[in-house]
Write a protein that binds this ligand. Structure first.
Ligand code: 5GP
Ligand code: MN
Length: 329
């Protein structure tokens, strides 16, 4: 029988308390919640005197401009040699395929899987998956309470980053009373909320403005507007001088268009040979579950925010999206 959430929480706290050496990891191309939960958990465990190594793949460093204020000086990009003797903690990572650690680390004795994705594959020796949590940061915040670790300014800032990015600045339905209570506590701990918002959202490199302009002017509507999508090609990125991470936020604009049920941003990827796309989707209301569409395409995510990679040509890919949306509505 699966342990209850309360049991998983207690087991998680027990392992975090008892362990001495930890290796913390998150998903590839870490977003605000991935970084915020990884860094806050590192600081929480260090404040308990633990030996903590946080891992971020070399490909994902340096961090994109939104996150370049975070202190990643202690983060490593090499798996430590004693990894198999460390408690490995996965944060915000729905499955092991999304981790760059896969195939690299020997199977650890203890693998804590702390996450909020409903489609998490439960790959840990302990799975603490809180689907109702707005963010993994919200779970880490609660664990800090359980561990009785006071929130330093640095911990609170990292937690706030995870909270604001995964709730779309408190806009998505996952922003509950509890999420707001967490924000209250972080503000009371001394964070400058406005400063963090400005660092993350109002620090746009000009190239990002040009990329947004292309994506928005090239937006297309399908299914009488229920699907609003935009495709950015390799040339778009090159001509704007923008890396792929600058697409962050575009899909939220597409979703806001009247009549849209699903917004999709498709970007051409250069990492594989041949035509290949990465699809990022958002649902506008509870009607369509985009994680189902993502799973049909081999990916995953949340009902309201999900993604997948595809090798289909553009027209077939759009057909797939339309068929999946029609099936659900
Ligand atoms: P984004 O569109 O911001 O890249 O991702 C939205 C959500 O979908 C995130 O919660 C992310 O974890 C999930 N997601 C995106 N791409 C994939 C994927 O390829 N596989 C899985 N399992 N989840 C994904
Ligand atoms: Mn998250």
């Amino acid at each position: 029988m699966n342990p209850t959430a309360t049991e998983s929480r207690e087991q998680t706290i027990a392992v975090l308390s008892a362990g001495e050496r930890f290796l913390l990891v998150t998903h590839e191309h870490p977003d605000g919640d991935a970084l915020g939960s990884l860094l806050s958990m590192s600081l929480i465990l260090r404040s308990l005197g633990k030996d903590v190594v946080g891992f971020i793949a070399a490909d994902d460093l340096p961090l994109s401009y939104e996150y370049d204020w975070l202190d990643v000086s202690e983060v490593v990009s090499e798996i430590p040699e004693d990894a198999d003797q460390r408690v490995v903690v996965f944060l915000d990572c729905g499955n092991t395929e999304r981790s760059p650690l896969v195939d690299q680390a020997a199977a650890p004795e203890q693998l804590l899987n702390i996450d909020h994705h409903h489609d998490n594959t439960r790959f840990g020796t302990i799975d603490y998956v809180v689907e109702e949590a707005s963010s993994t940061a919200e779970i880490v915040w609660d664990l800090a309470r359980g561990l009785e670790v006071p929130l330093t300014l640095e911990i609170a800032e990292a937690l706030y980053l995870g909270l604001i990015t995964d709730t779309g600045r408190f806009m998505y339905p996952n922003a509950t009373a509890r999420s707001h209570a967490m924000a209250t506590e972080l503000l009371a701990a001394g964070i400058d909320g406005n400063l963090i918002f400005r660092r993350v959202y109002e620090n746009l490199p000009e190239a990002k403005l040009h990329l947004f302009a292309r994506a928005l002017s090239g937006a297309e509507r399908y299914l009488d507007g229920r699907l609003t999508l935009s495709l950015l090609s390799n040339d778009d990125f090159e001509e704007c001088g923008a890396p792929p991470s600058y697409t962050e936020g575009i899909v939220d604009f597409l979703r806001a268009v009247d009549g849209t049920r699903v917004a999709a941003l498709i970007r051409e990827t250069t990492d594989e040979s041949g035509e290949s796309y990465r699809i990022s989707m958002r649902a506008s209301d509870g009607e369509i579950d985009v994680s189902k569409i993502a799973r049909a395409g081999g990916g995953g995510g949340h009902p309201a925010a999900a993604g997948f990679k595809s090798e289909l040509p553009k027209a077939e890919l759009i057909d797939l999206l339309c068929a999946q949306i029609s099936e659900q509505s």
